[in-house]
Write a protein that binds this ligand. Structure first.
Ligand code: CP
Ligand code: NVA
Length: 314
């Protein structure tokens, strides 16, 4: 078994052993990178990167990561691809499969990514949909492990919107035996199907997946405080309403004091200081957000190296 030749659309689809393999390979690749050792594990391979939404970290870390692995990454904006003019995803999937060894896609609809994966004969990597952001959540778990040593039994508190990030983090925590409590205003709670799936996965380790409306209840005794923007990409028109609805769902000094003394603070970035996080906490000693951003590179290199070692029918 293993994830060679498979897709990475959702962390829920990965086994506990596969999650742990990604974390181990990421550690190896990070060490090699830091020692300056060549690691051209994907020499001669190509990755297509389809973007229907903006990106700083995802684009740059995948592109640089592929270069460091000895391969080539192609940036494919939907403004230039024929997808933008109505060419079906299923055709794009089959055409790109004839040229390349893997595709990373960032888009709105999760179903579109599933459709791409269904028709492609090469591995598809979800680089964020409205539903999930698996590469980020795997990176976050890796970052927690670096800072805390052990994952099982730790508690993460996610404060804010029950969005793609909260979903992926529930899935990731469940696979590694971490407890997670999501605190959102009731109208912005996470998707119940995702919560149920994460709870089923968490049962393996006996960890808890909780959804509450009180940020302080969530933050109590947390080892990791996590937040994300109140208005995600595609929700720009709701920005003002969301600023009102999310007031109080902010990681600030008071909330941080509710967590464990040695808690770390994570944010997938980009951050809106003064909204979901204060400048003081973001720049403070407990913030690990730039280690987290760096680790996108190492974890995604592990994901590419593992998935793209084969294609689906090998
Ligand atoms: N965290 C993250 O995915 O950042 P980008 O939107 O810049 O890729
Ligand atoms: N929830 C955010 C994450 C950005 C990395 C968004 O979807 O815009």
């Amino acid at each position: 078994m293993g994830i060679q030749g498979k897709d990475l659309l959702s962390i829920h689809d990965l086994s506990v052993a596969e999650v742990s393999e990604i974390l181990d390979v990421a550690e190896t690749l990070k060490a090699k990178q830091q020692r300056g050792e060549e690691h051209h594990w994907l020499k001669g391979k190509t990755l297509g990167m389809i973007f229907q939404k903006s990106s700083t970290r995802t684009r740059v870390s995948f592109e640089v990561g592929m270069w460091q692995l000895g391969g080539l990454a192609l940036f494919l904006s939907d403004r230039d691809l024929q997808i933008g003019r109505g060419e079906p995803i299923k055709d794009t999937a089959r055409v790109l499969s004839r040229y390349m060894d893997g595709i990373m896609i960032r888009t709105f609809s999760h179903d579109e990514v599933k459709e791409l994966a269904r028709y492609a004969t090469i591995p598809i990597i979800n680089g964020l949909t409205d539903l999930l952001h698996p590469c980020q959540a795997l990176t976050d778990i890796f970052t927690v492990k670096e800072h805390k040593g052990e994952l099982k039994g730790l508690k993460m508190a996610f404060i804010g919107d029950g969005n793609n990030m909260s979903h992926a983090l529930m899935q990731a925590c469940a696979k590694v035996g971490m407890h997670i409590t999501v605190a959102s205003p009731s109208a912005y709670a996470p998707d119940t199907a995702i919560v149920d799936e994460a709870r089923a996965d968490a049962a393996v380790f006996g960890s808890r997946v909780e959804v509450v409306t009180d940020p302080f209840a969530a933050a109590k005794d947390a080892d990791v405080l996590y937040t994300d923007v109140w208005a995600s990409m595609g929700q720009e028109a709701e920005q003002q309403k969301r600023e009102r609805d999310f007031s109080g769902f902010q990681i600030n000094r008071e909330l941080l004091q509710t967590a464990k003394k040695d808690a770390i603070v994570l944010h997938c970035l980009p951050a809106h200081r003064g909204e979901e996080i204060t400048e003081e906490v973001m720049e403070g000693p407990q913030s690990a957000v730039f280690d987290e951003a760096e680790n996108r590179l190492h974890v995604q290199k592990a994901i590419m190296a593992l998935l793209m070692a084969k294609n689906k029918n090998q």
